[in-house]
Design a protein around this ligand. Sequence first.
Ligand code: GTP
Ligand code: MG
Length: 188
Amino acid sequence: MKIQSAEFIKGLRGEDEILVDGKSQVAFIGRSNVGKSSVINSLVNRRDLARSSSKPGKTVEINFFLINKDFYLVDLPGYGYAKTSLEERDNLRKLIYWYLLYANVDQKKIVLIIDAKVGPTDQDLEILRRLSEAEKNIIIIANKVDKLKSSEKVKQLASIQKLVGQHKVIPYSAEEKIGVGELIKEII
Ligand code: GTP
Ligand code: MG
């Protein structure tokens, strides 16, 4: 299956009819600046479909991208960016959890993106635990694997796998397009 077309539909900060229009949704979550928007761009082979930025906190809405006129890739705001005000961080956190757990959406897949070099943070593990409890269909992407020296790669990926338990982890680089084929297989 190939990705033939991709278009931005809308950004939400709450209830919307798009949530219940019957098309499946694949959601991308992770801490701020981990590369959610970049991973989406790497999948659809566009540089700028989802806006990415070296400045954290770029995505503040739940953005819906329609793929092949058939299903959505959903780009969420990141969590845990220390420089966002407490109030805004709290609002974003509520928005993320609402969409993932309480909006009555049965996401086809939730792609949790972690930083391959940093490994899963406490917040990553907390979100993973809550999603697992809710029996969501989860896959983990260890992004920015291009930043790891080949000598440390095997060890670091094994340590990530140990921390996240039985979930599948795909080593990935949005920048160098590593893992793209494998992720496409998982979500289409
Ligand atoms: P927020 O929307 O702020 O939560 O960020 P995000 O998770 O969408 O991250 P974004 O895609 O904007 O990328 C953040 C930064 O990481 C940018 O400077 C990207 O160029 C960089 N980046 C993303 N993926 C990779 C990767 O695979 N390797 C490297 N080296 N850098 C990457
Ligand atoms: Mg983003």
